[in-house]
Design a protein around this ligand. Structure first.
Ligand code: GSH
Length: 111
């Protein structure tokens, strides 16, 4: 990955408290895994930035390398990689995701 792509991705993940790299947009996800993470985030009532990786092949491949994670969705909180759909859903079910949001000082409803 070029330094330019890496800097661009770093800027994106650090540009908002919560960033979701997904397929499609929250209002119209183009993959069930992305839709599932949107549902979790919306359930917590948090605001987040989303990036449609289908719109940019450089971002799509660059984010995989940046995160060292081969699939989408990919969720970042406070600039740190959290995981994909399975991890986020498990964290939501166990209460770990609510704790992560609270520890990160991110408000929302407790889902
Ligand atoms: N088990 C994965 C499922 C995600 C997944 O398999 N995503 C695929 C299909 S949407 C993917 O992103 N493949 C790579 C690509 O399309 O670039 C998770 O927990 O997020």
């Amino acid at each position: 990955m070029s330094e330019k792509t890496s800097d661009r991705i770093k800027g994106i993940v650090e540009g908002a408290d919560i960033v979701l790299f997904m397929k499609g947009a929250p209002a119209a996800p183009q993959c069930g895994f992305s839709a599932a993470v949107v549902k979790v985030l919306d359930g917590f009532g948090v605001t987040y930035e989303s990036v449609n990786v289908l719109a940019d092949p450089f971002i799509r491949e660059g984010v995989k390398e940046f995160s060292n994670w081969p699939t989408f969705p990919q969720l970042y909180v406070k600039g740190e990689f959290v995981g994909g759909c399975d991890i986020v859903r498990e964290m939501a079910a166990s209460g770990e995701f609510a704790k992560l949001l609270a520890d990160s000082g991110i408000g929302g409803v407790s889902a």
